[in-house]
Design a protein around this ligand. Sequence first.
Ligand code: ADP
Ligand code: ZN
Ligand code: ZN
Length: 739
Amino acid sequence: MDAHTIARVLPLTQTRALRGVFDYAVGAHPVEVGSVVTVPFAGRRLLGVVASLAGHTEIPADRLAAVESVLAVSLAPDLVELAGWMAAEYCSTPARALSLMLPPGLARGMGEKRVLVAQLTAAGRAAVAELGSPAGRAALAERGSVRGRRGLSEGQLAALRALAEAGPTPAAALGTALLRRLEGRGLVTIDAAPTGRLPRRHHVSSSAASAPRLNADQRAALVAILAALETRRGEELLLHGVTGSGKTEVYLEAARATLAAGRGVIILVPEIGLTPQALARFEARLGSVVAVLHSGLSPGQRHDEWLRLRRGEARVAVGARSAVFAPLEDIGLIVVDEEHESSYKHEGDPRYDARRVAARRAALFGAVLLGGSATPRPESAATQRILVMPQRVDGGRLPEVTVLDMRGLHHPLHPDVRLALGEVRRAREKAVVLLNRRGWSNFLTCADCGRVWKCPNCDVSLVLHRSGGLMACHHCGHREPIPHGCPDCGSVSVARHGAGTERLEHELAAALHSGPDFPVLRLDADSSGLEARADTLAAFHAAPAGVLVGTQMIAKGHDFADVSLGVVLDADATLRFPDFRAEERTFSLLTQLAGRTGRGGAGTGRVLVQTLAPAARPIQLAARHDTDAFLAGELTRRRALGYPPYGTLVRIICSSPDPEAPTRAAAELGRRITAAAPPSVAVLGPAPLFLLRRRHRAQLQIRATERAATIAAVAAAVDGLVGDRLMRDVAMSVDVDPQ
Ligand code: ADP
Ligand code: ZN
Ligand code: ZN
């Protein structure tokens, strides 16, 4: 008997209670680890992934079901292993992790979509070359009549010209019947091609395709990366380069070297809906081995890109978060661009952090992990080898940053800001104005001394809950009544903060007399879809002068060539965010915004920062562009508080339509975790959260130094409660390393 007659299969069910491997007879189907199969399961037929093979099973032969079919796609064994790791690391299930790794649409049986694509033959190209002159056209018509029965029609001529200009084109776009006749004359070929290959080829411009000569800093960074590549020890490097220091060029050269060594590359970029140019740059420079995986593609296109990678036709995967699962073999390099971006954290279960998964995948392959940022995370700076690029490639200096004290002022704009915007208007320059007012709850400050109300236990600010008439800490559950006056200075002028970007846009448009020559534009999560946002950015690019108002979105990665003024209103808004990363976010936001200013021909540029907390460390250090001092101070603070990287945080949210159930469930979870976890673990809560989508919620926050043991204790507690009576109607969501 064959040694491996049993397939241990992970059925792809989302149900936590049904997690685990189940044994099936292999039967007539040869399977391997990673094979995707269909199996009978709980009265249904499910997709599953083969986790391992075995020679025998405990299940009696008469009750052992068999694998029904084996799909053409499969996962490489390393991804199956990674899924197991993710399940443990994020208190999830292997099946949920695996469903993130399979090609999109697989469950719905989506095959590879093919379309007919037409392109010119050599004869066709010659013919088009002759089309320029009337004489050539007549000759061509004549030749056409020699080969076929009649000359070429106007429509046929137009189609030939279109093909000459655009290159390979879907036949349907030009008329398949018409093209078939041209094919008959030997001017055109028509082939079925996977749709995944179509979107590329178009945006390849020659300027994007030519590589600049690296400067000394870039070369030094590259040398270090290439040395790490050779060792195959899975080294983690951090490219700390100021905005505009040419980090992307370093990624590109490192990718090229990795490809030349015969190994694969993954390049992760933050959610990139706004900057398709960034993707085009990788394609232009690395060529057709690039596969792009992003949310702008249809599921069919993503499916095709996945297959190109799986077959080895593409060896570079560029994309957002989920591209970390790209089905590449022998990966040599994983780049995480803008590694400080919170969009690397996935918000669905498993709540994975693509940066951590990237590090794990790199380790499995002995690949180099290369993060890059102008404002690296303290976690990364503490644990990774840092390569620095302190200069902008264009030789430009970083802008001068001035901090403006808003205490005691009642106009939303500081007089200096009004002056500076007026100057921009007069000089016909460009400004960006950042107001980071998104949808979080209101907060309170003392209008006279700037006092912010903070939680006594957590070093974070309290959030105003107007409905409950109280202020609460979202970390530990501490609450207190809304104050009538300030305990520090006795003022009774307590301010609620509220004005958002939309109002600001209107006020600036009026004050600056906006018009076609000086538009005031707005970019934020409210300004409708992705496309509208891309249009706004394009309009700002194209405008000769003007103002762009927006949320933190405007500080991200855009390469505005000619912004002379950056303004940040209410810079401490992010400081009050109830999270230990508030300082990091504030520092990074200010630094990134400053990075958008004074690029290219716009001289030095300057940045004005309005704040109620002018002495706050992140604001002061960002104004001095002192990232090293910020990181050092932040690490000291985090060490003292047991925050990452010196400790692990886990957040569990219980939710239910029943108002009492979440707190009850969270309290029981807390008891079980405390009992099972190492003694150093602190369990905070349950803290009630605001009603979300009609569900009542309670949160438990766990802080621990022993990561693995703590996560295991949480998983055991959660699994132990699944199906418990206490948990009826209660959903649990576990977030390891919450953002
Ligand atoms: P970063 O990613 O650090 O913000 P980029 O890699 O996008 O910087 O580079 C900024 C600009 O400078 C890009 O237009 C890029 O083409 C250009 N650039 C990068 N390196 C060089 C170089 N060595 N010489 C000339 N131009 C460069
Ligand atoms: Zn006060
Ligand atoms: Zn607290």
